[in-house]
Design a binder for this molecule. Structure first.
Ligand code: HEM
Ligand code: CU
Length: 448
């Protein structure tokens, strides 16, 4: 396939889940231009629970990429200037160093372009591969790229894009509020949430999939992980065909298909009778207790067997359970200028949990070999102006913290003088640091 000739070029359409771009059909291989923007944003994980997702294109999973074997893809990746972190992309459909990871490494406010030829047909996962890799994937940085064979996949009536992922939060399943990522639970492979399309309601209620009786249906199913393999099953249906592991081999008449983390499968069936088909991970506690459950509502002429929809809404998604409005962050309210040290520490802690914890962790311990500790940091305590500068202008190059070397990039933080003062006062007064009080004037003096 590496020698397939290219005929013409076009801008590729990328879609958000559960939609997929139109089939490639019979077209020849082309040069395809595509663009993806990385967006870090808060969104709903479950009723009353929100999470800071890191996304390819603003959704979890990220935008669906559809190509044909032999296509030459010119891929532009942009990291939104409001983002806090550098990211990149490793596409499993790419033959080449890191699946594109090194070539696509972008800091906030930057863009990178790289190109690759898709030479193996199949359905492939892509994901962020920036350190700590597990954390970027755990926050939602994955999606699917389809490489259709010559002549395209056989036509069907409806196609859907569904991806499973496991999430790790400080709070237990359903505990309200903005829930931070929990590194220890991720390492222990003990998720609070296992969901389809990024949240407990990702394929429920207004997000449920819909089809009509008699329609042939194809689901492009992927598993972002980061940890769990999926025992993917549709209650009330049998897969007529499964493209095993997303490759070229087709299995027939399958009840449950195993999809590994970082893997995918293409599933096909005909919706014969009207019913609410229920998509689950058949490792069943995940479905009924952690969110891995979605609905494909099949409507038809008559005899609607409303078997799963109502049971589900009654038991697993109780109405009005914990719906809450997120209180507005105090930081968005105009900050007073002469706070006491205690007030600065309190305000700074909230800010830390938004701006810093993703890398330096909520306990200030950092992440080995990636993000230095702020807890009892000799580097931090030695020079307050240097710390202020790190926030104002970012920090890069080799540094040594508590005897360990780091050579990475901390992006500049988009914070006001007041905010820098508060967050640093919090840091200096936590975890056995030296108790410095950082004032807004000190920050102002460091602005160039
Ligand atoms: C280094 C503070 C946000 C990544 C540092 C240092 C400080 C600091 C004081 C100096 C080394 C040390 O004492 O351990 C903060 C604060 C933040 C924040 C208060 C929030 C306002 C972030 C974020 C990231 C990050 C979001 C991840 C993108 C790093 C890295 C270094 C570093 C990689 C080492 C840089 C190098 O190797 O030269 N940070 N940081 N920091 N930070 Fe942050
Ligand atoms: Cu990332």
């Amino acid at each position: 396939y590496a020698n397939i000739k290219i005929f013409g070029e076009e801008q590729a359409v990328l879609t958000s889940p559960p939609l997929v771009p139109p089939p490639v059909g019979n077209r020849p291989a082309k040069k395809l231009y595509m663009e993806m923007e990385i967006i870090e944003k808060e969104a709903e994980m479950a009723d009353g629970v929100s999470y800071l997702y890191w996304t390819f294109g603003g959704t979890v999973p990220g935008s669906f990429v559809r190509t044909r074997v032999g296509d030459l893809v010119e891929f532009k990746i942009k990291n939104h200037p409001d983002n806090k972190l550098p990211h990149n992309i490793d596409l499993h459909a790419v033959t080449g160093q890191g699946g594109g990871a090194e070539a696509s490494f972008v800091a906030p406010g930057q863009e990178k372009t790289f190109s690759f030829k898709v030479i193996n047909p199949g359905l492939y996962v892509y994901h962020c591969a920036t350190a700590p890799v597990g954390m970027h994937i755990a926050n939602g940085m994955y999606g699917l790229i389809l490489v259709e064979p010559e002549g395209g996949l056989p036509p069907v009536d409806k196609e859907f894009y569904v991806m499973q992922g496991d999430f790790y939060t400080d709070g237990k399943f359903g505990q309200p509020g903005l829930q931070p990522f929990n590194m220890q639970k991720a390492i222990d492979e003990n998720p609070d949430y296992v969901v389809f399309n990024g949240s407990v309601n990702g394929l429920n209620g207004e997000n449920a999939l819909a089809a009509n009786t008699g329609e042939s249906i194809r689901i492009f199913f992927g598993n972002g992980g980061p940890n769990l393999a999926s025992s993917f099953h549709v209650i009330g249906e049998i897969f007529d065909k499964v493209y095993v592991e997303g490759g070229s081999q087709i299995n027939a008449n399958v009840q449950t298909t195993l999809v590994p983390a970082g893997g995918a499968a293409i599933l096909e069936f005909v919706a014969d009778v009207p019913s609410n088909l229920v998509l689950v991970d058949h490792s069943i506690f995940r479905a009924f207790n952690k969110g891995a459950l979605g609905v494909l509502a099949v409507s038809g002429e008559e005899n609607p067997q409303v078997f799963a929809g109502e049971i589900m809404e009654g038991i697993y998604l109780p109405e009005g359970s914990v719906i809450q409005n997120m209180p507005k962050s105090e930081l968005e309210i105009e900050a007073p200028t002469d706070l006491s040290k205690a007030d600065r520490i309190e305000a700074g802690k909230k800010l830390y949990m938004q701006a810093c914890f993703a890398c330096h962790q909520s306990n200030g311990e950092g992440v080995p070999n990636a993000f230095p500790p702020l807890a009892q940091s000799d580097y931090l305590n030695a020079d307050v102006n240097r710390s202020i500068d790190a926030l104002l202008y970012g920090l890069s190059g080799e540094i040594e913290v508590n005897g360990k070397k780091y050579n990475s990039i901390m992006p500049a933080q988009q914070l006001s003088n007041e905010e820098v003062a508060n967050v640093l006062t919090y840091v200096y007064n936590s975890w056995n640091n030296n108790g410095n009080l950082v004032s807004p004037e000190m920050v102002k003096n460091r602005r160039k």
